[in-house]
Design a protein around this ligand. Structure first.
Ligand code: CU
Length: 440
């Protein structure tokens, strides 16, 4: 959530009618049936500065290797002949335009990012998230809407959950304001739910998580403030604790180059032939996964700034390099938004699985269901939270974390390492400063 905390005062600015509509699901049919109230609601919403403003559009990213077009000589689905250098692959995706003016916001058309912006919220607080639609630069013939679906949200109500078949979506040049008050901490994911087979696969996917109320401490139980994955109710340092020092989100997606080429070249993919060649981690493939994070949004242009020397990763800004000091507890939030099951393995270190699908692994009677493993296996649309205790080292030690299906740890043409692979770098105690944001 990029640190912006929506204040109670901002919320009260909205006025009673809208507040009732946003807070009380039972009022919605009346709200929708009276055009005067809809007008009042949209007018009031125009005055709200969203905590997060995402726009949907298209764009280009860079993936190494080649995927030939069958039956041709020297023609490739990837790199796409239409892609401007140094890019290779056509995408749909989201861009974070929070706080930007209209000109900068609209300049992000055809400049989406992969994976979509990572964000997070605090349990029990209120947020407004706006989702806009800039249209598809390469496909003006498509009038696809976009939505923001918070996948895994419990008690989701379709009208407010970005599921467009039974409710609303943002049309081209339109937007929707979403209201959230999250109650269940854990690791979730979000994606556009419009033409979802296509829009999810084309890249409108990202990670989102809810921090637990226990981060503020629990005076009744004597638990100090800190960083926790869940409201575990136990002291840090005890066996059932979910406390951690550093956190990383690894969002897994895949790219079937033909579908991406088809969308750029006004062709229709046959989804029954789906056969991804690229397996991505936070929108990149190894070794780009361990390249640095991008440098954020330039407020003057609205565009993303790549890390120097990594211009090809301008629209793939999220690093998957995991770094920690000896003794640190490292949280990894795994998210699977590929179209299949994936098996991620970390030889040489134990991963303690503490949560799955935004649920603390503990029985209703308190039974400890945590387990240690070096391999997690999880399905499409699922998340898994693991904590690794960094070993004691006196010099830098590196580990690899990869998809143990070797076809998914290579790129396109299949030679060499690539795909869903990253590295863990463990430094001697005291080397790294405290982490301020995830994936840094
Ligand atoms: Cu969409």
């Amino acid at each position: 959530m990029r640190k912006n905390i929506f204040s109670r005062r901002d919320f009260l600015k909205l006025g009673g009618g809208l507040m009732a509509a946003a807070a009380g699901a039972s009022l919605l049919p009346k709200w929708l049936s009276k055009s005067g109230e809809v007008a009042m609601a949209s007018g009031a919403l125009d005055a709200v500065n969203p905590d997060l403003y995402l726009v949907g559009t298209d764009g280009w990213i860079s993936l190494p290797g080649q995927v030939p077009i069958p039956g041709t000589i020297g023609q490739y689905y990837n790199p796409d002949s239409l892609a401007p250098a140094p890019f290779t692959t056509y995408m749909f995706g989201f861009a974070d335009v929070t706080g930007l003016g209209q000109q900068q916001r609209e300049s992000r058309k055809m400049k989406c990012q992969a994976s979509a912006p990572l964000w997070w919220v605090n349990e029990g607080q209120e947020y407004f998230v706006k989702v806009g639609n800039l249209g598809l630069q390469m496909r003006p013939d498509l009038i696809d809407a976009h939505t923001l679906h918070f996948h895994g949200f419990r008690n989701a109500w379709p009208v407010f959950d970005g599921e467009p078949h039974s409710s609303l979506a943002a049309p081209v040049n339109g937007s929707l304001m979403m209201y959230y008050k999250p109650f269940d901490p854990g690791t979730y994911m979000y994606h556009c739910h419009f033409e979802e087979t296509e829009h999810v696969h084309m890249g409108m996917t990202g990670g989102v998580f809810v921090r637990p109320a226990q981060d503020a401490g629990n005076a009744g139980l004597g638990i100090p403030p800190g960083k926790y994955v869940y409201n575990d109710g136990v002291m840090p340092g005890t066996a059932l604790s979910t406390s951690f020092d550093r956190e990383y989100v690894l969002t897994l997606t895949d790219v079937w180059a033909e579908a991406h080429w088809d969308d750029a070249h006004i062709q229709l993919p046959d989804w029954t032939s789906f056969n991804a060649e690229y397996f991505l981690m936070n929108g990149r493939v190894y070794p780009d996964t361990i390249a640095p994070n991008g440098l954020g949004t330039d407020p003057l242009t609205g565009d993303l700034t790549p890390a120097p020397g990594y211009e090809h990763l301008k629209y793939q800004p999220i690093s998957s390099l995991i770094q920690a000091n000896a003794g640190d507890r490292i949280l990894i939030r795994f998210i699977n938004l590929t179209f299949g099951q994936q098996s991620m393995t970390l030889p040489g270190l134990k991963m303690r699985v503490v949560g799955k699908d935004a649920t603390l692994l503990r029985g209703r009677d308190g039974t400890d269901l945590f387990y240690d493993t070096n391999t997690i296996y999880f399905g499409s649309g699922q998340s898994t939270d693991v904590i690794i205790t960094a070993p004691n080292v006196t010099s830098l030690r590196k580990y690899i974390l990869y998809n143990r299906n070797f076809n998914r740890a290579s790129n396109g043409d299949g030679t060499g390492y690539g795909g869903q692979m990253t590295e863990l770098w463990i430094h001697p105690a005291g080397t790294l400063p405290a982490q301020t944001e995830p994936n840094t």
